[in-house]
Design a protein around this ligand. Structure first.
Ligand SMILES: Nc1ncnc2c1ncn2[C@@H]1O[C@H](COP(=O)(O)OP(=O)(O)OP(=O)(O)O)[C@@H](O)[C@H]1O
Ligand SMILES: [Mg+2]
Length: 262
């Protein structure tokens, strides 16, 4: 198994000044993109899903990506998470130059560094909540049971660990999926429409959880959504259209998740 040592390969010049609440502090750049493009296919049928994207995301930012269907949101997230390599441009995450990694190293990066949360929770129906989380812990070769229990407790599911997914509500299933993403203790959490199949109240609880993981644990959260109301709780909002980043705005006073309504 190929592994990438944490903290190694730190790319020079990836620290930036970041202004937050009037104070200028030096923080690590979690995500660095310069002129990143992704094209699928060749010739007349090719589609450029992401076009010349440049973006720096400091560690600990809560970033929301908005845009219509087909605008390249998922593609951008998948590039950042190492699911796919870019066609061109420079991409570094947590100081690692992703464009310089081979397929196996990219897999190791994705497995060890990035937590993914999706619209559909992708739990294995024949495994309990705890077993679903443990499966990932074992893949990561870490102390499975203790870490999985801790992870489930941290999302408020300490009492329901031995339930099967069918005995859990949609919101609880999404919590299991988040607990599963947390076992690797990622500094970067990528969420693609995490509230897309939840009702308003449950969706808000999941947003509150992601917000807590961001604020309490200083994890960087990148959340893709169609729902522009969610952007009100972000530190920063990016809008995409036809593969391009057309707007990049810092939110002066982000709302608390419980104040967000739609
Ligand atoms: N694997 C692929 N092969 C070919 N084309 C793709 C692939 N993935 C995405 N695309 C195309 O790239 C464009 C951007 O897709 P993407 O999934 O990133 O959009 P999105 O903004 O996430 O949309 P949605 O809101 O519907 O999820 C679309 O035109 C899509 O058809
Ligand atoms: Mg998408």
């Amino acid at each position: 198994m190929i592994s990438i040592e944490r903290g190694s390969h730190i790319k020079a010049g990836t620290r930036t000044d970041h202004v937050r609440a009037g104070t200028r502090t030096e923080v690590l750049t979690e995500v660095y993109l310069q002129d990143v493009s992704k094209t699928y296919g060749e010739g007349r049928t090719s589609v450029t899903a992401v076009r010349s994207a440049s973006l720096q995301i400091p560690r600990g930012q809560f970033l929301v990506i908005l845009g219509p269907s087909g605008s390249g949101k998922t593609t951008l997230l998948n590039l950042i998470g190492g699911i796919e390599p870019p066609s061109s441009g420079t991409l570094a995450v947590a100081g690692l130059d992703i464009t310089a990694l081979g397929t196996q190293q990219r897999t190791a990066f994705r497995r060890d560094y990035v937590g993914f949360v999706f619209q559909f929770f992708n739990l294995i129906p024949t495994l309990t909540a705890l077993e679903n989380v443990q499966l990932i812990a074992e893949l990561l070769d870490c102390n499975g049971e203790a870490l999985s229990e801790k992870s489930l407790k941290s999302v408020g599911l300490g009492e329901r660990m031995n339930h099967f997914p069918r005995a859990l509500s949609g919101g609880e299933q999404q919590r299991v999926a988040i607990a599963r993403a947390l076992v690797k203790q990622p500094s970067l959490l990528l969420a693609d429409e995490p509230t897309g199949s939840l009702d308003l109240d449950t969706g808000r609880q999941i947003l509150a959880l992601l917000h807590q993981l961001n604020r309490r644990d200083n994890r960087t959260v990148i959340l893709v959504t169609h729902n522009s109301a969610i952007a009100n709780m972000a530190d920063r909002v990016i809008r995409m259209r036809s593969g391009e980043i057309i707007e990049d705005t810092e939110v002066e006073k982000p709302l608390a998740p419980e104040e967000v309504t739609w």
